[in-house]
Design a protein around this ligand. Sequence first.
Ligand code: SAM
Length: 342
Amino acid sequence: MTTTDGVAVTKRALHEISRGYVKTALLRTAIDLRLFDGLADGAEAGALALERSVDERALRIVLDGLTAIGLLCKDGARYHLPPGGEEFLLSSGPHYFGGAVRLGASDWEWDAQRRLTDAVRKGGTVLEQHYLTPELEYWEDFAEHTTWFNNGAAELLADQLVPWAEGRDSVDVLDVAASHGAYGFSFARREPKARIWCLDWPNVLPHTRRNAERFGLADRLNLIPGDMFSVPLGGPYDIALVTNVLHHFTEETAVRLMTRIATAIKPGGRVVVVGHTFRGGEDPRQNPMPFLFSVSMLAQTHDGETHSVGTYERILTASGFTGTRLHTGPAAQHTVFIAEKA
Ligand SMILES: C[S@@+](CC[C@H](N)C(=O)[O-])C[C@H]1O[C@@H](n2cnc3c(N)ncnc32)[C@H](O)[C@@H]1O
């Protein structure tokens, strides 16, 4: 296959791409106005407009737009949810996507992308408030709304660590930049000896604690508020988790952080790194997600990007870890790297 196979620029595709933000706006509006909840049993625009106290003509236009992009179905004048709607679009659904929309399509993320051209000129974010800003408010929303995103990789991680932890006397876990804490908590639910130390900015940790309470793990939780590059880490720990963090930085900065973390792990202990990756050298069309994620990192960090598998392996080796193995699964969007403290 050559790199041009199956590729052709068409006017239609360009229209789609240049107006992609209209789709985002429709989804955001539907979540803001709880339109999907109002259509759980099907409804006409007039009835829903009355219920939601909005303009009927405007709502009809929005509902038709949502139908046009496949998020609603329409029979005559009645709108209803398509297959999958109950799971993802109803606020009571098991995998409700509303939180993810509030975050991924937030004003802040839109603003960052709007300034992508400036970021390209500069070589990194031009935002005053960006991912590396201490106690960024955005991370509070992240801690509240992204838990379910990570479940595939969190389960994968637990599958690998639970058998290893079984024979150990203690299973103390440091979760660096823990946010919602879902990775450590998913593991701790399956390993009763596990105690978790969650490190994050002080404004985020109340959300971490609430999540631990939801998981029934509050009595096994300890909090370390502060900057991961300078706060005392405590320890030594049996396991350290560094999930979805290293793409904020260059390889050099990642090695500096991981070398620091290595000092807090017992010899023979384990480190788990999770992130979006690509193999290196592949055509981005084959696996668009990590490449598009890298664009977000360009707009939101000084020098972060999606790292390749090879870069993650180099970071771990240079930071004093050995025997790196990587795990991926069909449900996990991320790759899980597990290595041993030498
Ligand atoms: C992308 S989230 C990753 C959260 C979680 N580990 C996960 O896998 O979803 C990044 C987290 O790092 C935290 N963070 C960023 N810079 C930090 C720093 N210098 N010290 C401590 N936490 C930091 C943020 O508050 C946020 O909760």
